[in-house]
Design a protein around this ligand. Structure first.
Ligand code: PEP
Ligand code: MN
Length: 337
């Protein structure tokens, strides 16, 4: 349930309510709105009696949250969460574009891409150092060497870094280099990993599993949030359907739906969502029009030589054109790029 405090409730009243909630063995999550404070009560599985809380001074009312996700829900946090990170804001009026190669393959490839995407207006450099590949014989990533190269690219360009972490034990290592921890589609329901990134001090980019429902995605976000990390960015990256012409089917409706259900920023990945570079720009237009807060796009200077996902990678020139063409669409839906 959530406890809505009266406008102007005092700090002592808020503390008293929190103390009562904790006495019951529940957790209290405070969300300070502009007008009033909302306290989320995460139960211990047993039904809670709302009466005692409603009678406490400073409490306006209590509202049950019927959905299984609580902290991720817009009921708990009515305003959009905007994640501020070294001058970049994610979830605000400005769209945030993350771009870069699928995998870090080497110094020249990464730096060339980093400079190009920065020039085109991206704010975050993507690149996998640990790659979740379908085949154990495919390129698995450069591991820590890849992380070092990402850090070098950040130093040279000022871009933030987002990169995937696949194992709980590697969260400290990846956190030492990355600005944003990416949880890949295949790991969306790795609960030990969600627990570990929930305790990390870095924002988390949580990608929708390729066979996961919207509610399952939000429940995974709930794992991260309930372990104390409130900086979660959701990502629609396409789901498996019967259609083989595209690698995945990007679920455009998930974007406005996630924005309705949750206060968390939501971005889209038109690269994995389509699997074809020719479809990346048109699908990007659709997701921005549908309300995405940003994008994560694969860019490679020589896609034909890419060690992974070349078929869906844009050349830097095409990425620059995509960025230029986005302006009017962003404006039409009250956003800026
Ligand atoms: C990636 O971003 O390179 C990636 C592996 O994505 P996903 O987890 O969405 O497949
Ligand atoms: Mn990829």
């Amino acid at each position: 349930m959530i406890v809505v405090m009266k406008q102007g409730a005092t700090q002592t009243q808020i503390t008293n309510v929190t103390a009562r909630i904790e006495q019951w063995g529940c957790q209290a999550h405070i969300s300070q709105g502009e007008e009033r404070t909302i306290i989320g009560v995460i139960g211990n599985g047993r039904p809670l009696d709302r009466g005692p809380l409603e009678r406490m001074s400073g409490v306006e009312r209590t509202v049950p949250i019927l959905r299984p996700f609580k902290l991720a829900s817009r009921d708990f946090h009515p305003r959009n969460t905007v994640i501020e990170l070294n001058g970049v804001s994610i979830g605000g009026e400005l769209l945030t574009v993350m771009a870069g190669p699928c995998a870090v393959e080497g110094r020249d490839q990464l730096l060339e891409t980093a400079h190009a995407v920065k020039e085109a207006g991206a704010k975050v450099l993507r690149g996998g150092a640990f790659k979740p590949r379908t085949s154990p014989y495919s390129f698995q990533g450069l591991a820590e060497k890849g992380l070092e190269l990402l850090a070098e690219a950040r130093d040279e360009t000022g871009l933030l870094i987002v990169t995937e972490v696949m194992e709980p034990d590697l969260v400290p290592l990846v956190s030492a280099y990355a600005d944003i921890l990416q949880i890949g589609a295949r790991s969306m329901q790795n609960y030990a990993l969600l627990h570990a990134v929930g305790e990390a001090q870095k924002p988390v980019l949580l990608k929708r599993g390729m066979m996961s429902t919207i509610e399952e995605l939000l429940m995974s976000a709930e794992y991260v949030l309930s372990h104390g990390n409130n900086r979660v960015i959701l990502c629609e990256r396409g789901i498996r359907t019967f259609e083989p012409y595209t690698r995945n089917t990007l679920d455009v409706s998930a974007l406005p739906l996630l924005k309705q259900l949750s206060h968390l920023p939501v971005i889209a990945d038109p690269s994995h969502g389509t699997g074809k570079w020719e479809l990346v720009e048109p699908v990007t237009r659709a997701v921005i029009a549908a309300g995405a807060d940003g994008l994560i796009v694969e860019v490679h200077p020589r896609p034909e030589e890419a060690l992974s996902d070349g078929a869906q990678s844009l050349k830097p020139e095409r990425f620059a054109t995509l960025m230029e063409n986005l302006g009017p669409i962003a404006e039409a839906v009250g956003r800026r790029i």
